[in-house]
Design a binder for this molecule. Structure first.
Ligand SMILES: NC(=O)c1ccc[n+]([C@@H]2O[C@H](COP(=O)([O-])OP(=O)(O)OC[C@H]3O[C@@H](n4cnc5c(N)ncnc54)[C@H](OP(=O)(O)O)[C@@H]3O)[C@@H](O)[C@H]2O)c1
Length: 325
């Protein structure tokens, strides 16, 4: 219970922008950075001299975000827009191609974009439950297609800064608080219950599982780190479809800037070494050592005393996205 309380009311961040050296020459991509936590993160990365891609489905919102960052931060790196519509699998390869036309490497990818509790029955362009599609299937495919660029960055940094190339996945505390045993009930992926909160929790458990499974599959061989994080409860647009929940949770909601510290830590902190690949980060930037046991077991293979649920979920995502690679 103490571990949950400290995610609601975290200690002060110990890793902030002040601890980050110049990021000149680094290429960063933050999905959903036109608003909320991603916006605050993009501002930090820009201030540190990074080249920051704001990936989102609305060019207008992204251009406004770029303007807002540039007027708040007089001197920084550079900011670019990348079109990305996560709920349309057929569009994602073109987004990656557009990115590849400009960049030959990617240092850190933050899979931050997400949707929570849209009207019941909302589905993606391919007919998947919208939260599963936007929060898991889209980011899974996007990450898979970007792997060669992450590998290029890892090769470049292998001796100078091992462990600096990362994929950060965005989970949530709701997983530990309310996910069923083993996090995801596989049959619910194909037949989602008429319960939008449950479907959100499933997608956020999925984000955790994809982080752990990517770390297991490619981490050691390619020198890429993959981590999951709960950014912390923040007052953003996320609950635009669930206003009642926003009012109920109001006393728990912090500033988005604080939650961006969690994402900054996940992407840049030197605490996260190759040995810590697959770890889970909690607000405002700490590696958690006290996670729900059934969920940790779900990230392990059966032959390693786990249940293999994360692997099953990965394979589900692989199957559903295979025609769009
Ligand atoms: N805020 C919290 O308390 C909290 C707690 C735990 C975890 N999280 C997670 O943190 C992440 C950031 O959320 P936030 O709180 O900063 O909320 P937010 O302000 O609503 O940001 C979410 C971003 O995702 C984008 N997005 C949604 N659907 C998309 C799609 N189909 N394609 C591309 N982009 C899409 C949104 O763009 P549009 O404006 O175009 O919709 C928006 O820019 C989410 O993954 C969320 O689940 C948040």
């Amino acid at each position: 219970m103490g571990a949950q309380f400290s995610q609601f009311f975290p200690p002060r961040p110990t890793f902030t922008e002040a601890d980050v050296s110049s990021q000149n020459g680094k290429v960063f991509l933050v999905t959903g950075a036109a608003s909320g936590i991603g916006f605050e993160l993009a501002k930090m990365l820009y201030r540190k001299g990074g080249k920051v891609y704001i990936a989102g489905r609305s060019e207008k919102k992204a251009r406004q975000a770029i303007k807002d960052i540039q007027s708040a931060v007089p001197e920084g790196g550079s900011l670019e827009f990348l079109f990305l519509e996560l709920d349309d699998l057929s569009s994602i390869k073109a987004s990656v191609e557009a990115f590849k036309a400009k960049e030959s490497k990617l240092d850190v990818l933050w899979n931050n974009a997400g949707v929570s509790q849209p009207p019941l029955g909302s589905v993606s362009k391919q007919g998947f439950e919208l939260q599963l599609a936007t929060n898991c299937l889209g980011p899974f495919l996007f990450t898979q297609l970007l792997l060669p660029l992450l590998e290029a960055a890892a090769a470049e940094n292998a001796s100078s800064s091992p462990g600096s190339v990362r994929v950060v996945w965005t989970s949530s505390q709701v997983v530990e608080l309310s996910a069923p045993p083993e996090g995801i009930i596989m049959s619910e992926l194909s037949a989602p219950p008429k319960d939008n909160v449950r479907n959100y929790v499933t997608s956020k458990a999925g984000n955790w599982f994809l982080a752990a499974e990517l770390a297991r599959r490619i981490g050691p061989a390619h020198g890429i780190i993959s981590v999951a994080q709960n950014p912390g409860a923040a007052n953003t647009n996320l609950l635009r479809h669930a206003k009642w929940m926003k009012y109920l949770s109001w006393p728990l909601l912090h500033k988005a800037r604080l939650a961006a510290n969690t994402e900054l830590y996940a992407g840049l902190s030197p605490d996260i070494t190759i040995e810590k690949n697959g770890c889970y980060i909690v607000p405002w930037g700490r590696i958690s050592e006290s996670l729900r046991k059934d969920l940790v077991d779900a990230t392990k293979l059966k032959e390693n005393e786990g249940t293999g649920r994360a692997k099953e979920f990965w394979e589900f995502c692989e199957e559903k996205t295979k025609d769009y690679r």
